[in-house]
Write a protein that binds this ligand. Structure first.
Ligand SMILES: CC(C)(COP(=O)(O)OP(=O)(O)OC[C@H]1O[C@@H](n2cnc3c(N)ncnc32)[C@H](O)[C@@H]1OP(=O)(O)O)[C@@H](O)C(=O)NCCC(=O)NCCS
Length: 299
């Protein structure tokens, strides 16, 4: 009897578990399967900062994930949404979304959507707000720029936690102190001091294939450039990334000149209330703005 070279198997059953109980290497394998650059250590950090679910099969293989980061009593960020490629387009993403939206209660939600996920989120009522430009490449020595007048730079120390979290709160709209407490353990930070206070800052840490600069918080382009430049200089010749919503002005120009062209884009979306300030142009209101994201998952 002729034997066929292929066999049609029944699709298997998926169960839901909590992400805190999932094996870190299995999560790492899941994100690698969709081409994401996260290292196991990067997963470790997001897992410490949020809650979420995994979809697993009968023998415990992790085939899906989705997370919530509760940054305020009434606001969460939604991220790390992945379905294993062999299970995509079968309803897993929608099933995980239904669970995670139910878990979010009445909180407002923000997220950064990849192209393949945007329609899924729209079907749950998320509205597109802004484009995020993922800028990365092999960094080059950045152009020399004089420091803004009256400003000086210094490294950030752990004792700066309250001051940088407060500046970030003004830019981001939610208190991310726990995020900063964790990031400071793995980041190098640069602060711009004006009149004895931190007026702008940036952090830089290992991530994925190299380093990522983020967040960058400043109230004008020249300050944002001043705190970003030292990290670019540190990593000239190696892979560097910065995600920004700034489309025009000196800051995105500076990124281009630093060897970090736009590699991809995602869309910032929100549900239940608007999330973001700024219109992609250099700010004119003197208020702090998020020039660089912590990451796409954490906003
Ligand atoms: C986005 C993702 C999670 C969707 O998961 P999934 O299990 O395939 O989702 P579902 O099967 O429930 O499909 C949900 C909807 O999205 C649509 N969709 C899924 N993949 C798509 C793709 N690549 N392009 C366009 N639409 C897509 C489906 O058609 C479906 O729409 P419908 O319900 O109107 O028919 C999955 O494609 C994925 O992991 N992608 C890589 C990682 C990623 O981009 N994550 C999103 C981070 S924001």
């Amino acid at each position: 009897m002729a034997r066929s070279d292929s066999i049609q198997l029944d699709s298997f059953e998926l169960s839901m578990g909590e992400i805190k109980d999932a094996d870190l290497d299995a999560l790492h394998a899941l994100s690698l399967s969709v081409g994401w650059p996260h290292r196991a250590e990067d997963w470790q950090i997001v897992r410490e900062l949020g809650r979420g679910i995994v979809a697993h099969d009968a023998i415990g293989r992790v085939l899906g994930s989705a997370m919530l980061f509760d940054f305020a009593p009434d606001f969460s960020i939604f991220g790390m949404v992945i379905t294993s490629p062999r299970l995509q387009m079968l309803g897993t993403g929608r099933w995980m979304m239904e669970h995670i939206i139910a878990q979010s209660g009445s909180r407002a939600l923000g997220l950064n959507a990849t192209r393949s996920a945007k329609r899924l989120y729209e079907s749950f009522g998320f509205r597109a707000e802004k484009i995020v430009y993922q800028c990365n490449g092999e960094a080059v020595q950045p152009p020399a720029v004089p420091l803004p007048s009256g400003a000086s730079l210094r490294l950030i120390e752990e004792t700066d936690l309250t001051e940088i979290a407060t500046l970030d709160l003004a830019a981001y709209g939610a208190d991310r102190r726990p995020v900063f407490a964790r990031l400071l353990t793995v980041s190098k930070g640069v602060a711009l001091i004006r009149d004895g206070k931190i007026a702008a800052f940036s952090l830089c840490r290992r991530f994925g294939r190299g380093h990522v600069i983020g967040p960058v918080v400043a109230s004008r382009d020249e300050d944002a450039i001043a705190v970003t430049r030292p990290h670019v200089a540190d990593h000239a010749g190696s892979f560097l990334r910065l995600d920004t919503r700034q489309q025009n002005g000196a800051f995105p120009q500076f990124l281009m000149q630093s060897g970090l062209p736009i590699y991809d884009t995602v869309t910032s979306m929100s549900l239940r209330r608007n999330w973001l300030r700024g219109d992609g142009n250099p700010p004119t209101d003197g208020l702090p703005l998020t020039y660089g994201l912590v990451s796409q998952a954490l906003g």
